[in-house]
Ligand binder design. Sequence first.
Ligand code: HEM
Length: 329
Amino acid sequence: MMQPNLIPTLDPNPLPAPYWVFKLLLIVTFFLHIVAMNFMLGGGVLALVSKWRSKNQPKGNRVFFDVAKKLPVLLPATITLGIAPLLFVQVLYGQYFYTSSIIVAWPWFLVLVFLTIAYYGFYYVSFQSGQHHGRAGGVMLFSVILTFLIGFVYSNNLTLSQTPSRWGGKYFSNPAGWNLNLSEPTLIPRFLHFMVAAVAMGGLLLVFMALANWKRDTEYARQLLQFGGKGFMYATRAQILVGIWFLASLPRDMRMLYMGDNPLATILLLVGVAGGIGSIFLMSDALRKENIRVAAYYVPGIVGVVILSMSVMRDILRNAYLKPYFQPD
Ligand code: HEM
């Protein structure tokens, strides 16, 4: 049922281009942002695991420092590719996104502080080398935790932006802006869904690094392939459980969208699940046969389709949440 329209539009002028143009750009740029974020965050996590497992042996340190050198590029890529969906989300959902941003004002503002510190941290680690690595491990861990926190603030803000019924209570409980959206039942599974995916994609980053080293240094390339490929497989297996938890946490009518009520959402979920399971089998086969082509071309191709499907599913979910208040088109 449509509620009385108490939330005014952001701008009395109509959209300066057709609705579908903004929607397409929002989904495509969000997809690019999430891919860059996944490589950065997942790469950082796997670099730490490699360092920790190797107990400072040169082999594990090499993976650590090789990944570390990529992070000062991947972080600004994440930011730049985040600005585009930020613009489109404001055009289409501005009155919802601004309101929730004001309610979670301080954590939202802290994103900038965390980003700056994490950026310095990634630079510090990238300037260290295997021989003189100082506090590289600790600094990397700290920066990775800060980027986790940034993702968490985003999930808080975005889930709050699509549930206007919570705004009043939250705002008046702390008008100064020290709020999160912790009482939202979908928050933790949704956030974990993003973070587990990031680890899987970090695994694919290592597979790409293996491809780049395949002819030059085969032994190291095989080590990267095995470590990255296994990271991808374990995280994607865990994702099946997290995904089920996320689906189960949704309100019943939203969940049913993916179970037949909305044909497109249902097909996209099937594509996502089939792609996820298929990519696990394909990667496992590629690791057994040390087939870099399959690991570095076919698996990422399938995963790209899965992430794109999930990005559209996420958009369908937002529109369903906002339907009683607002239909952006
Ligand atoms: C570097 C650390 C960052 C991480 C780990 C991160 C992570 C995330 C995650 C997990 C989401 C999805 C949240 C959800 O739907 O529950 C998200 C969405 C988003 N991020 Fe980032 N992000 C980062 C930086 C940025 C920056 C700096 C910007 C902008 C300049 C940005 C712009 C966006 C936008 C606009 C969305 C939502 C798009 C939409 O609702 O369609 N992100 N981010």
